[in-house]
Design a protein around this ligand. Structure first.
Ligand SMILES: *[C@@H]1O[C@H](CO)[C@@H](O)[C@H](O)[C@H]1NC(C)=O
Ligand SMILES: *[C@@H]1O[C@H](CO)[C@@H](O)[C@H](O)[C@H]1NC(C)=O
Ligand SMILES: *[C@@H]1O[C@H](CO)[C@@H](O)[C@H](O)[C@H]1NC(C)=O
Ligand SMILES: *[C@@H]1O[C@H](CO)[C@@H](O)[C@H](O)[C@H]1NC(C)=O
Ligand SMILES: *[C@@H]1O[C@H](CO)[C@@H](O)[C@H](O)[C@H]1NC(C)=O
Ligand SMILES: *[C@@H]1O[C@H](CO)[C@@H](O)[C@H](O)[C@H]1NC(C)=O
Ligand SMILES: *[C@@H]1O[C@H](CO)[C@@H](O)[C@H](O)[C@H]1NC(C)=O
Length: 410
């Protein structure tokens, strides 16, 4: 009995092993690339967190990453393949122009060293342009318009066959299953984007969606295409990316591939590495705040300053060295102003040779008369001093005594 069980386990293990090894040739999945054994060239590298960085922001560069084993697309096997990957394309500063894009590539060789960067995306060069000998299929996420290649005028998604001029392309959007409408996608936000490429041997579908969205029911592009002449018996799958005058940090976070729809493994989105987002344009907000503060605070300060200046001038006085002698007799202009109700007409009791006389009440309740002298020149000043000095010395019961004086300009 024990022996039979042992045998069964053995047989089971063998079947399991065969399954695993045959599956490894038709499918794979990478939730991050820490353990991945990929063919990598150009400026591409796997970062410590498991992020596959295809390009950084150095100009006019390219990079490639290929699964090392080729897949059999020979006459006896089907042409179909299914892939799902998550990428991120981030310009150096959020909202800035970035470039040039990435492409999922099916190629007869992993050596794309002949390819050009910039608009050729590290896949094509100017001579392979249109020649069927290159046997290349690329699904491009192109972030730069290129008139020469008849590109759409915005970041776009395209199907390229042996040629950087797409056979079919579209602006990026996804169909929301919930809202039942197309929602546009920003290819250059640096936020992770899911891409599915499905080919059943006759129809090639390309579908995009943000990370948190389930696969949309309707593809972005659905194109009837016969790849039997394009694919050679052995083909490699991988990614290419380039920079030009415009640059972006271009990453792949996770990648699943299978020759059959049913065996395509789902990506575990929670296990994908974190991607550094492009720097926000930090200056914009503070500038706005500074502008607001300036436009609010400056008028307030000006009003406060104006009020202070007005008050200071309203009650401003003039003091001179000779006055020290009479110091105790000096009143503030403000107190006289208040006592006479601002030298109001209702307080005016007479008009003399030197000026007008007002009655007033000091805060202590004392009734006073205030004679306002106006003098403008040196001459008037002398008269004023003479009057103060003489009146100060006069003491008579029929004369109002001089309590004090005040002096200000004009
Ligand atoms: C991009 O990567 C290359 C190769 O690793 C390196 O030489 C270059 O300094 C990097 N550029 C930036 C902007 O990080
Ligand atoms: C790629 O091909 C070029 C010639 O086109 C050759 O010089 C180079 O050594 C090859 N690189 C690899 C890694 O095979
Ligand atoms: C373009 O690539 C092909 C290989 O596909 C190569 O033979 C040719 O020399 C390359 N052209 C240039 C200008 O590099
Ligand atoms: C591709 O070749 C055609 C001629 O066959 C030419 O008119 C076109 O400019 C070429 N495109 C590029 C990008 O070299
Ligand atoms: C969404 O885009 C597709 C093209 O992929 C188009 O055929 C369809 O009419 C659009 N749907 C809506 C609701 O706009
Ligand atoms: C491609 O999309 C069309 C339209 O949604 C669908 O009928 C077809 O089954 C899809 N093909 C593949 C290979 O996913
Ligand atoms: C694709 O083209 C080849 C010949 O070029 C043909 O034998 C095959 O039937 C075509 N496949 C489809 C699905 O039309």
């Amino acid at each position: 009995m024990a022996c039979r069980l042992h045998l069964m386990v053995l047989i089971f293990s063998c079947v399991y092993l065969i399954c695993v090894s045959s599956q490894q040739e038709t499918r794979f999945v990478y939730n991050g690339f820490n353990q991945a054994d990929l063919f990598i060239d150009g400026i591409s590298k796997i970062l410590p967190g498991g992020l596959l960085q295809l390009t950084n922001t150095t100009e006019l560069q390219k990079g490639h990453a290929f699964f090392k084993q080729p897949f059999d697309f020979g006459p006896s096997s089907s042409l179909s393949f299914y892939t799902h990957f998550v990428c991120s394309l981030g310009p150096p500063k959020l909202g800035a122009d970035g470039g040039h894009g990435i492409a999922f590539v099916v190629s007869p060789s992993m050596n794309l060293s002949y390819a050009f960067p910039s608009q050729y995306l590290g896949v094509f060069n100017s001579t392979t342009n249109g020649t069927s000998s290159s046997h290349l299929l690329a699904i491009e996420l192109d972030t730069v318009e290129n008139v020469e290649l008849h590109d759409l005028d915005k970041p776009h998604v395209g199907i390229d066959v042996n040629n950087p001029i797409s056979v079919e392309s579209s602006l990026p959007f996804y169909f929301s299953n919930a809202l039942r409408k197309n929602i546009s996608l920003n290819l250059m936000s640096g936020e992770p984007i899911q891409v599915w490429v499905d080919y059943d041997g006759s129809l090639l579908n390309v579908t995009l969606a943000p990370l948190e969205i389930l696969k949309p029911n309707r593809p972005l592009i659905s194109r009837a295409i016969n790849l039997s002449e394009v694919f050679q018996d052995k083909m490699y799958v991988g990614f290419a990316a380039s920079t030009g005058g415009w640059t972006s940090n271009q990453y792949i976070l996770g990648w699943s591939f299978s020759r059959s729809k049913e065996l395509l493994q789902t990506l575990d989105l929670s296990k994908l590495p974190q991607v550094p987002l492009p720097e926000k344009e930090k200056k914009k907000l503070p500038l706005l705040v500074v502008g607001l503060v300036v436009s609010l605070v400056i008028p307030v300060l000006m009003v406060l300053g104006g009020v202070y200046w007005y008050n200071r001038n309203k009650f401003a006085e003039v003091r001179e060295p000779w006055e020290k002698e009479y110091g105790p007799h000096r009143f503030s202009y403000k107190s006289l102003y208040k006592a006479t109700n601002g030298f109001g007409n209702d307080c005016r009791i007479g008009k003399g040779g030197f000026g007008e006389v007002y009655k007033g009440i000091l805060p202590v309740g004392r009734h006073i008369a205030v004679k306002r002298l106006s003098h403008d020149a040196e001459q008037g000043m002398k008269q004023f001093v003479a009057e103060v000095v003489t009146m100060g010395n006069l003491q008579h019961r029929n004369l109002v005594p001089l309590l004090g004086y005040c002096r200000r300009k004009r």
